[in-house]
Design a protein around this ligand. Sequence first.
Ligand SMILES: *Cc1c(COP(=O)(O)O)cnc(C)c1O
Length: 428
Amino acid sequence: MNTSKSRELFASAEKYIPGGVNSPVRAFKSVGLKPLFIEKASGYKTFDVDGNEFIDYVCSWGPLILGHSHPQVVESICRAAEKGSSYGAPCQQEIELAQLICEAIPSIDLVRMVNSGTEATMSAIRLARACTGRDKIVKFEGCYHGHADSFLIKAGSGLLTSGVPNSPGVPEAFANNTLVARYNDIDSVEEVFEKSGHEIAALIVEPVAGNMGLVPSRPEFLQGLRKITEEYGSLLIFDEVISGFRACYGAYQNEIGIEPDLTTLGKIIGGGLPVGAFGGKREVMEHIAPLGGVYQAGTLAGNPLAMAAGAETLKILKKEDPYDKMAKMCIFLTEKIKDVFAQRSIDCSINRMASMFSVFFTGNEVVDFESVMTADTEKYALFYREILERGVYFPPSQFEVCFVSSAHDLYAIENTVKIVSEALDKIS
Ligand SMILES: *Cc1c(COP(=O)(O)O)cnc(C)c1O
């Protein structure tokens, strides 16, 4: 595969942008490659600047559930742009997206738009802290909630101690207020609450973990979280930035019938433009300015382009209901991949839910951060280079999720299986 133009561009990018990228995973470091520069993308296909074509399972890390440059979404953006890109004043498109979200997710009476998932989770915990008058939050090992200081915290030496910063530049003071528990392990949560429950403002969780690879939650785990947080008067925040409108039309909480106090959204609700949102019951959301004292704002928040792209995406999802079709494609693909691994006696553990999946290079069942970490990242890198060479674009990290969009068809899926088997032959 010729990647000379990408290499040239990457060298230029490195001159002006730290590491040549605006988000670290894009640097392809963990698979030992240099990033490809993308020229264009359409449906399930991505084309790099050297003219190589890929079947894309990254889909911009989740937002593009309808595939790239869906004609109706593109048209909605163009139509909005003709009338101005941002007013810093209310516009009708904001109501449309907010209404679609509130109607689709029963636990959300009011929703505030922001520009990213990071802003959504950051604002949600500020709100939770204000509502409860408490400072501490609980998160889970392996869950990602954007890059705000309070979330870049990993477990300390023991569960009952406070967390430790996961990045230089995060003050100890933040780590002291973030407690870390184990995903899918309700006992670890009980332990944390027994010790500090009355100081805990909120517990935040990805109800479908999608940032350590895909790790579905056990239903009794989420039920347990609802019960414990209620018992201690802490708010339960479902971070559905990935799972929102991915697992089904609405949020994953709809499927399992658990209502969190606050929900954070992003990715799909922006239709490929920068959007995040947080919402919940009226009594909680009324603490936000200008109704209440909790300050939260955004120069470009709710801008008409982003709102139009998001609303159009949700309207198409609602009308065309591609969820069944996407899930079937995903089942077909993952079952075939499983066979291909089994035929060659290569260890793999595949997690799948709706149109998301992860292929872990491990023989262990993957249910939490600890089991995720048993995956062989070097083998993934070897595999990655072979599939990329042959035209399949998976996330350049073992610990990210693959997405099937409504644009992926049987032809793409069968081609992928063929390429995966060729890649495995090459590395085994
Ligand atoms: C992507 C993601 C975020 C952060 O969203 P950004 O738009 O990248 O800031 C937060 N939470 C979850 C669960 C995510 O997957």
